[in-house]
Design a protein around this ligand. Structure first.
Ligand code: PAF
Length: 287
């Protein structure tokens, strides 16, 4: 698509309820078109848009859902102040999405709704789950609802939330959901900071220090690949992060597929979460 087309294309239509979503997707299906879904909580950045473009390259139509899902926020987390930038999001989607699905909380969790999806096993053990208990229950539940409401052929999620991606892949496999889940590579600022809707919370001095998380992770991966003892490397780099003012929740090496214990003969993933002031950053890289 030329730049001119991109800037002149109107914002995509908005479906506010499941009936409107299904009507539109039904028309596409009747015309033999394939559909991609990109679930988001809005506050879109280049990481989201790269998923939408990936969806567009793989399907005829792309639906982007924008819903700040209350059930994945714990008490004391940032649900109330989570950035809501709906108009800017729709404008950003003009060149690349065919429909925005923007339901109200009542449509996703009608009065009396009482079914939630919980997973057990290595994908949900530890890491985020240890610091945000119940988070993946909320994520799995809302993603299952979105998949069932939209019925896409593929759904795309960022690798930046690597554990979330693995939880969703596990759920889809376990429940025989007829959809292919694809991950999109983490998009980074020039200094290495992974793009996140929450980066806007960082104060100027925190923003300046934030890339040190990725830098420490890269040092870890390099040393581990070179044969250094992973436990020693992780302890050393965690101490360096603490020294730089991070409160580290975890810096952990896991099996890249199952997120269970790592085996040097298999692909591994380094995952981290750390707070700078009140802002919690998460990141991960392949080892
Ligand atoms: O990654 C996110 O933005 C959310 O966790 C998701 C997948 C849209 C579910 O609310």
């Amino acid at each position: 698509m030329s730049d001119q087309t991109a800037t002149t294309r109107p914002a995509p239509p908005i479906a506010e309820d499941v009936a409107a979503l299904r009507a539109r997707v039904g028309q596409w299906r009747a015309a033999g078109e394939h559909v991609a879904l990109v679930p988001t909580m809005g506050a879109l950045h280049e990481g989201h848009l790269s998923l939408v473009r990936q969806g567009r390259a793989k399907a005829d139509r792309v639906v982007v859902s924008i819903f700040v899902n209350p059930t994945q926020f714990g008490p004391g987390e940032d649900l109330a102040r989570y950035p809501r930038t709906f108009e800017a999001d729709c404008a950003a989607l003009a060149p690349c999405a065919d429909l925005v699905f923007a339901p109200q909380a009542q449509a996703m969790y009608p009065p009396g709704s009482s079914s939630m999806i919980s997973l057990e096993g290595p994908a949900t053990a530890g890491l985020e789950d240890a610091f945000r208990p119940g988070h993946f229950r909320g994520v799995a539940t809302v993603v299952a609802k979105l998949l069932l409401q939209c019925g896409p052929d593929i759904a795309l999620f960022g690798e930046k939330d690597y554990q979330q991606l693995k939880v969703i892949m596990r759920m889809v496999a376990d429940l025989f959901m007829p959809v292919t889940i694809l991950g999109g590579e983490t998009v980074r600022e020039a200094d290495g900071l992974a793009l996140s809707s929450r980066n806007r919370y960082l104060a100027a001095d925190e923003r300046a220090r934030a890339p040190q998380l990725y830098a420490a992770m890269q040092r870890c991966a390099k040393a581990i690949v070179a044969g250094d003892d992973p436990a020693t490397v992780l302890t050393r780099e965690e101490a360096a992060l603490v020294q730089a003012g991070f409160a580290v929740d975890y810096l952990a090496l896991r099996d890249a597929e199952s997120l269970g214990e790592p085996d040097p003969a298999r692909p591994r993933r380094l995952l981290a979460a750390a707070k700078l002031g009140a802002t919690r950053l998460i990141d991960n890289i392949a080892v």
